[in-house]
Design a protein around this ligand. Sequence first.
Ligand SMILES: [Zn+2]
Length: 404
Amino acid sequence: MRDTTLLQLALGLAPPWAVSRSDFDPEAHRLDIQIDFAPGSRFACPTCGAADCPAYDTERMTWRHLNFFQHEAYLNARVPRVNCGKCGIRKVTVPWARPDSGFTLLFEALVMTLVSAMPVKAAARMVGEHDTRLWRVVHHYVEQARARTDAAGVTRIAIDETAARRGHDSITLFVDIDQARVLFVTEGKDAATVAALADDLAVHGGVPEAIGEVCIDMSPAFIKGVAEGLPNAAITFDKFHAVKAINDAVDQVRRAEQKQQSLLRGTRYIWLRNPANLSDRQHATVESLPTRHLKTARAYQIRLAFQELYDQPSAEAAAGFLKKWYFWATHSRLEPVIDAARTVKRHWDGILRWFDSKIANGLIEGINSLVQAAKAKARGYRSTRNLKAIVYLLAGKLDFRLPA
Ligand SMILES: [Zn+2]
């Protein structure tokens, strides 16, 4: 078999395209495959699809293709421009690459596979390309796949923010709870982000009014955003955020008390954990403390009791439990705990809603840590646009329709 025939079969080229020559430069580690079309070939207009357009002129183009063993491989061709009666002069689309890409489709498929497993920069180093070229590929496929996202039938959404860049900015993630996928990502963490989600839903066949359940933290911005943008959604306040509000109060009590009680130094993480999660050493520390006389220990007991709320068998039982807990907490004479209890009181319905909806942000927290881990590995992203693309790539369950 001649090498041109072999390459033609391997590339899967069909008429009018054929391999005309190949040049291998072992020193440059480079294989160049020349592709040409048969003289007199006719092409379809890339704009209107009209068949049988004659070539008007040609332009030489080169595409990076999958490596040939350890050598870089490139396809080279003169690409015809056709003169379409309707559209004028148009460059034809070649079957092995997207218009205006310097990579073949198969090379782009390799890039997309690499970047789902490693930072774009690492993938760029691996294939010997600049990472801005790879980012262009990532954005193209993410945008295409995002455009095809089907949000029809989405009824339950979890909303949470995550740090974007240098800890200042945030992005808000909207997760389709039932399909465990990120539906939408946007900058900011205010009410407008929920409005943006509602618009995006509508664009993708979803119905904002059909969203019946949302899970959010207790921030006023999200509450307002949901009321305005998702008018039929019942709010469940995420239980981890609710517990965290009490936990923060415990930490405040500890910080204040530590100023008088040096015994409390170095115990911060003990009070943030559940007893079952303490190490042997932490257990020993707790046993050595005069817990009966410590405000911190009292605050801690109140927090542990709050967690028991979620073990109640029904919404009615939980409402009764919460009332008793509230009485206890507000009579604790511990200011931060009283404040936290009042916060709970203001969000009572949404906290108890959990007993009907059983939705929490555990899923979104998992996605969050995935995103933050990727961000750390990449040592941050040059732009929020890049970060958003990575969120969709890792957690959007998008169909990139990559060639196999
Ligand atoms: Zn045309």
